[in-house]
Design a protein around this ligand. Structure first.
Ligand code: NAD
Length: 398
């Protein structure tokens, strides 16, 4: 299968590109390298020493003989080039990771809010419009997020995979309808993912584009079998307050002897998935697309749910690190239940990596190994959801 991986230089996109290439697909990465530019803007770097995209691709070819093409293109700004690329390359499928993905970054200031909306919504719409304009039957797999559902909206009822069956009262009695699960975004970033859903619903219905939207949980872990083949293929590991996802941040904090920074009471329950399972899920989604004319197929791409404080305690037990409770910069419930339906991937053969199996390896092989590269001034989240919620420097010190 010929696959374009949009955002293929990023944390999820790079290991996915290697995995798909490894199993025999013809992969082209499309990326404008904006994530690397944001590192420069924030004056922070991946904990792991990631190499430039050209070198990554050369090393992959050297080790495996497999070719990956790279196109530097901005999905939001360069529509004509995107359309021409589709017409020339004639891909069977597109995997779309190419969005600004940090909630804290999206709430940083007015500029980053506007950038996140312009980049993500325009990019997603350009991809859909270009698929239609190409006249080709290209299946689209998009990375959404569990955050589109919000947290705690339906109490302890399980979050369904995308759609909810509701009863609509009419003068002739109730009728049943299946609707998109109500959107309940908690940040501008999450808002863009809820807007993406409407774009997908329209284009699936109007143009019969085959679309799969994967509502992914928080990804943890760093390496996959392919990125671990050679240090020059290593995946990125974000630990800073904006981009570092919670579990990876804790692991790195433990490795450098920094207290594990928990926001609020840590009673927030979140959904997780290991990067090794992310790449398998993408493969499964590509192999099982919806039919033309179907509504977008939604999968909840999560394997476990945990309270943040429990994760901190687990890592504290493993490493001896202290736990520090900081004021929560986000507007969110202090505690929530999270019960997620996730039957589809399991039914299609996913065999998840458990937190209990992967944590030690991650702490040892990544966080410990590269801890000298950490800049401790970048650990604390600086973005706040509303003015006046700034994190107190006293508490930051733990
Ligand atoms: N990492 C997670 O925990 C997580 C969780 C849920 C969902 N997701 C989703 O998965 C996708 C990938 O996440 P990630 O962690 O790999 O993020 P990332 O920032 O590491 O990678 C995104 C890639 O897309 C590229 N990109 C962004 N805008 C672009 C544009 N306009 N044109 C071309 N390329 C562009 C960036 O340069 C980067 O390489 C995102 O859509 C994200 O919302 C990630």
């Amino acid at each position: 299968m010929k696959v374009l991986v949009l955002g293929g230089d990023g944390f999820c996109g790079w290991p996915t590109s290697l995995h798909l290439s490894d199993i025999g697909h013809d992969v082209t990465i499309v990326d404008n390298l904006s994530r690397r530019a944001i590192d420069l803007e924030l004056e922070v770097d991946s904990l792991t020493p990631i190499r430039p995209i050209g070198e990554r691709i050369r090393v992959w070819k050297e080790l495996t003989g497999k070719n990956i093409e790279f196109v530097n293109l901005d999905l939001a700004q360069e529509y004509d080039r995107l359309e021409t690329l589709l017409i020339n390359e004639r891909p069977d499928a597109i995997v779309h990771f190419g969005e600004q993905r940090a909630a804290p970054y999206s709430m940083r200031d007015t500029r980053s809010k506007r950038y996140t909306v312009d980049n993500n919504v325009r990019g997603a719409h350009n991809v859909l419009a270009a698929i239609v304009a190409s006249g080709l039957d290209i299946a689209l797999v998009h990375l959404g997020t569990m955050g589109v559902y919000g947290y705690g909206w339906s109490g302890s009822a399980p979050i369904p995979e995308g759609y909810l069956t509701v009863k609509v009262p009419t003068p002739d009695g109730d009728i049943e309808r299946e609707i998109l699960h109500p959107a309940n975004p908690g940040s501008v970033y999450h808002l863009t993912k809820t807007l993406d859903q409407l774009l997908f619903a329209f284009y699936a219905s109007n143009d019969q584009i085959r679309i799969t939207d994967l509502h992914q949980g928080i990804v943890w872990g760093t390496q996959t079998p392919q990125t671990a083949l050679d240090e020059r293929l290593i995946n990125r590991f974000d630990y800073d307050g904006d981009y570092g996802t919670v579990l990876n941040r804790f692991l790195m904090q433990a490795a450098i002897g920094h207290p594990l920074t928990v926001h609020g009471t840590g009673g927030q329950t979140r959904a997780f998935i290991h990067i090794r399972d992310t790449v398998r899920c993408i493969q499964i989604a590509l192999e099982n697309p919806p039919a033309r004319g179907d509504k977008p197929m939604v999968f909840n791409q999560v394997t476990e749910t945990h309270r943040v404080i429990e994760l901190a305690q687990l890592i504290s037990k493993l490493t001896g690190a202290e736990v520090a409770l900081l004021p929560n910069p986000r507007r969110e419930a202090a505690e929530n239940e999270l019960n997620v339906s996730r039957d589809r991937f399991l039914a299609l053969g996913l065999n998840p990596t458990k937190l209990s199996e992967g944590l030690l390896e991650e702490a040892r092989d990544v966080a410990e190994r590269y801890r000298d590269r950490a800049d401790t001034t970048k650990i604390i989240a600086r973005s706040v959801w509303r003015q006046g919620m700034e994190t107190s420097p006293d508490l930051v010190e733990g």
